[in-house]
Design a binder for this molecule. Structure first.
Ligand code: FER
Length: 299
């Protein structure tokens, strides 16, 4: 049985990819600098093995639910997807990963760009992952939260910042009222790609009472400056269970991840720093990030 499909047609995906790329190029990003690699910019692990993101006939499958929650922050009903792992039972209690998308996407982006269900089901089957619930919200906290029009419009960028309130006050309480979750910081992770990576670092590191496991994949220029991100490194040293930052050597946003790494290192904040050789700003990177991040959290 193939996974219930959230995919648009392959052609539409390709066109959307070109459109978002041309938009990225139409508006040169701030912090765009030439890529300069240092000897520290190395891979922390091998790329995921062949087939890690392909559905296997034989494995037990998780499920993906589509739900609407009442967002008091935005004043609308907003959609999110929830992955529950193979063998899910409301009698058990699960940790939760909030997994965020980029500037060109919505709650659907992970499903359009890769096969998160296959990645997670395969990890579960191989006993490489603690069974967890994964929530895919829409991180553009505004009434029209679609990925259409000028995705770089200031009010849309602002909506990605505004999502901090929506996440903490609306999404998390909703998930905790609907699913059997372990509702404390030790069982709550946040990670995301690009704008979602910036959100994960911004919201996670500034709310260590809510999140103990944090991942920024190819984080975008919405990432706060390191001193703002972590004004109190001592608190992070004791509070964080896991901090993961990654980027590709061919991603022109790499300076952001390098800057965060430099600051963390100077301040002795333990973190996993993965720089993928020849890595671009794409789902080859983020599928691999999810594969690795999911194996570290909640252990
Ligand atoms: C920018 C370049 C890229 C920026 C955001 C991005 C807010 C985000 C990219 C993505 O989410 O894929 O200058 O500014």
């Amino acid at each position: 049985m193939p996974y219930p499909t959230l995919h648009k047609s392959a052609l539409a995906t390709i066109i959307a990819g070109f459109l978002s790329l041309s938009l990225l190029h139409a508006q040169p990003p701030r912090q765009q600098r030439p890529i300069e690699l240092t000897p520290e910019d190395t891979a922390a692990f091998m790329h995921a093995p062949e087939g890690f993101d392909k559905e296997r006939e034989t494995t037990k499958k998780g499920h993906v639910d589509s739900l609407y929650y009442d967002s008091k922050t935005v004043g609308s009903k907003r959609r999110l997807f929830v992955y529950t792992p193979p063998g899910y039972s409301p009698k058990k209690r699960y940790p939760v990963l909030y997994l965020l998308h980029g500037i060109g996407g919505t709650e659907k982006e992970w499903f359009r760009g890769t096969h998160p269900q296959a990645i997670l089901d395969n990890l579960a089957a191989d006993k490489k992952m603690v069974p967890m619930i994964v929530v895919f919200p829409n991180g553009r906290a505004m009434v029209n939260d679609a990925d259409t029009g000028n995705i770089f419009a200031p009010e849309k960028i602002q909506a990605f910042a505004n999502f901090e309130n929506d996440l903490l006050k609306d999404v998390i309480p909703f998930i905790e009222s609907k699913y059997p979750v372990l509702a404390d910081r030790d069982h709550r992770a946040i990670a995301g790609l690009s704008m979602g990576g910036g959100q994960s670092l911004n919201f996670g590191l500034c709310n260590l009472d809510h999140f103990a496991w944090i991942g920024g994949f190819s984080s975008a220029p919405n990432t706060k400056a390191p001193e703002q991100l972590l004004p109190d490194p001592a608190k992070a040293r004791t509070g964080l269970k896991f901090l993961y930052i990654s980027c590709g050597t061919k991603d022109r946003l790499i300076g952001i991840t390098q800057g965060v790494h430099r600051y963390l290192k100077q301040n002795n904040v333990p973190h996993l720093y993965h720089i993928e050789p020849d890595g671009l700003h794409d789902f080859r990177m983020w599928s691999n990030d999810l594969y690795h991040f999911a194996q570290y959290v909640f252990k």
